[in-house]
Design a protein around this ligand. Structure first.
Ligand code: GLN
Length: 451
């Protein structure tokens, strides 16, 4: 049924970069055989899933949305895709994304933009926009994404679905094509909070192949999603997120969600996190710095594309020609910005300073979580914007990440759950729930209560 749905609507949505119906049906038959043989792979056995095309898959191409990886077939599965295969989930295909996960709209993909199923002239969010659109358009019941600066929560919010950024280190980065290694976090997309929790549980947990993986039990996310009870919880509204620059319809739905939490027995207070205002500029130094280092591996020798290798040119010339042809404008902008911020003489003023801001943001979270169990805010300042509207204005594009980025810099957990439609455009609005490191279950508990 999902393959039929993809065939019916994906020509308009463009959520998928790779679909192979035969492989999907073969995987499904294998799961049937495992079940018939008495094996119990887990509660999601036989459920179809779409993977963001930034996770390696041994039997399918992986492009990261870039021309530089066109035609590359990874020799191994990422931990996330491998664990889900072992749990019996059936892969429908690989989904579109902003090139190397850099963007907020999926317009930076080398393979064309993905369209928001609610209004095809609008963006589905980014960078995991193919994964959010696939679930929102009923092409897949579940999908995976990665959240480096909001790339799961923001697309979930603008397509009216659930998206969760787990605690950093709670889900493995092994086999995830790196953007900014100190921030990259795999997470689930689903249409309900419980579905997201089941998927979260299926791929999470310690992985010795990822040096920053946390060796601790997975928080009880499924139990929390079933509990869906906020009575007696203390919930903080982040004072800095709201007001000027926020769409009135977004704020109206957000305040209704807060009222609902209060009526369900939560104690709601306002909490100030003054350093959050500096999160965006700090992120746009740290993320490009790490990207400039990570993307050095695309050297025309190891993977995919190679340009100008006709026997007359040096390795350096081939490398320069390949990178010039293979990377898109946003990726080049970030590599240049990051290289500059890390260069000798500027390191302390930019990268060093940004890392200090990161510490201040962690302290704001620590102080807030002394007073409350969870923090809430709108996930994004506006609903989905029209395709093309911010494409030539990187600064306007970066504002989409205003509310999501502090959580990435601090490494804690946050979810986006749908909280209604904005009056002015009828488009979905997301409520963000943030919880301390390894308290991912609280996100599900609060999220399920407002769902
Ligand atoms: N929009 C942010 C960026 O462009 C976040 C991306 C992400 O989370 N992968 O960097």
């Amino acid at each position: 049924a999902h393959l039929d749905r993809i065939a019916e609507v994906d020509g308009r949505v463009n959520a998928f970069l790779h679909v192979d119906a035969e492989s999907t049906l073969a995987q499904a038959r294998q799961v049937d055989e495992r079940l018939a043989g008495g094996e119990n792979p887990g509660p999601l056995a036989g459920v179809p899933i779409a993977h963001k095309d930034v996770f390696t898959t041994a039997d399918m191409p992986t492009t990261a949305g870039s021309k530089i990886l066109e035609g590359w077939r990874p020799p191994y599965d990422a931990t996330v895709t491998g664990r889900l295969r072992a749990a019996g989930l059936v892969i429908l295909g690989k989904t579109n994304l902003d090139e190397f996960a850099m963007g907020s709209s999926t317009e930076n993909s080398a393979y064309g933009p993905t369209h928001n199923p609610w209004d095809l002239s609008r963006i589905p969010g980014g960078s995991s926009g193919g994964s959010s659109a696939a679930v929102s358009a009923y092409e897949a019941p579940l999908s995976t994404g990665t959240d480096t600066g909001g790339s799961i929560r923001q697309p979930a919010a603008v397509t009216g679905i659930v998206g969760m950024k787990p605690t950093y280190g709670g889900s493995s980065r092994y086999g995830l094509i790196a953007f900014a290694s100190s921030l990259d976090t795999p997470g689930p997309f689903a249409r309900t909070v419980l579905d997201a929790a089941l998927l979260h549980e299926a791929f999470s947990g310690h992985d010795p192949l990822d040096s920053t993986s946390i060796d601790a039990p997975v928080p009880p996310v499924v139990e929390a999603a079933r509990q869906a009870d906020v009575a007696g919880m203390r919930i903080g509204v982040v004072k800095e997120f709201g007001g000027e620059g926020y769409q009135p319809g977004v704020l109206a739905r957000f305040h209704e969600a807060v009222d609902l939490l209060e009526s369900l027995g939560a104690k709601v207070v306002e909490v100030s996190c003054p350093a959050f205002s500096y999160a965006l500029p700090a992120y746009y130094l740290i993320a490009p710095s790490e990207c400039s280092s990570n993307l050095a591996r695309f050297d025309a020798m190891r993977y995919g594309l190679r340009v100008g290798d006709d026997g007359t040119r040096s390795a350096e010339e081939v490398m320069a020609l390949t990178r010039a042809a293979g990377f898109g404008p946003e990726v080049k902008r970030r590599i240049m910005l990051g290289t500059y911020a890390l260069s000798s003489g500027y390191y302390d003023a930019y990268y060093g300073q940004a890392q200090k801001v990161r510490t201040l943001i962690m302290r704001d979270f620590e102080a807030a979580f002394q007073q409350v169990d969870a923090l809430v805010s709108p996930t994004t300042p506006t609903t989905a914007f029209p395709i093309g509207e911010r494409a030539d204005d990187p600064m306007a594009m970066y504002l989409a990440d205003l509310c999501t980025i502090p959580t990435n810099l601090a490494g804690n957990a946050a979810i986006s759950v749908p909280c209604g439609l904005a009056d002015e455009d009828g488009l979905p609005v997301g409520l963000q729930v943030m919880a301390p490191v390894l308290a991912d279950d609280r996100c599900y508990r609060v999220g399920a209560a407002v769902e």
